[in-house]
Ligand binder design. Structure first.
Ligand SMILES: CC(C)(COP(=O)(O)OP(=O)(O)OC[C@H]1O[C@@H](n2cnc3c(N)ncnc32)[C@H](O)[C@@H]1OP(=O)(O)O)[C@@H](O)C(=O)NCCC(=O)NCCS
Length: 144
């Protein structure tokens, strides 16, 4: 992801989340955060419109996924699955051994996606989401 993709990423973010990150947060990730590693998916038939993205922080040998989202018009096409597989392959080449993330307890589509990719549940953060006090499920994937 480069600065040229931020507007499109933010559009997808607003469509996908009830408490979206601000545009400035994404800009800071690109310009100020040396740990941040983001990938975007573009639609070449729509002037390279941003249709999906994944954000992560690479810390020592762990990759912490911060957000994954697919534009509603592009869901169930295998885009998230493909994007996360590319993330796995890419960060593995950078020495990452494990990937982790938090997901809302009620977010069955995302939990199914992660399980399909081999993530397993390991722990709960009680009341992690401040908008509705929902618990977060912590998931991990070993890359070795
Ligand atoms: C979750 C999300 C990223 C999935 O993106 P996607 O590109 O539609 O997912 P894919 O087409 O790659 O689906 C891969 C697998 O995920 C699971 N899955 C995806 N959407 C699902 C749904 N609505 N219901 C149940 N399972 C679903 C399935 O196992 C699917 O495999 P299958 O199609 O063979 O059944 C997308 O729905 C989204 O952006 N949601 C809003 C944002 C969000 O919740 N992000 C995750 C935060 S932790």
């Amino acid at each position: 992801m480069g600065l040229q993709h931020i507007e499109g990423v933010w559009e997808v973010e607003k469509l996908c989340f009830t408490t979206p990150w601000s545009k400035e947060s994404f800009e800071k990730e690109v310009t100020d955060n040396n740990f941040a590693f983001y990938l975007v998916v573009l639609d070449p038939q729509k002037e390279d419109k941003v249709v999906a993205y994944v954000g992560s922080w690479l810390i020592l040998d762990e990759c912490h996924i911060t957000n994954v989202a697919v534009h509603p018009e592009y869901k169930r096409l295998g885009i998230a699955c493909g994007l996360l597989k590319i993330l796995q392959d890419t960060v593995k080449l950078r020495g990452i051994l494990r990937i982790t993330l938090e997901v809302r307890k009620s977010n069955d589509p995302a939990k199914d996606l992660y399980k399909k990719l081999g993530f397993y549940e390991e722990g709960i953060r009680k009341g992690y989401y401040s908008d509705n006090n929902e618990d977060a499920i912590i998931m991990w994937l070993n890359l070795s």
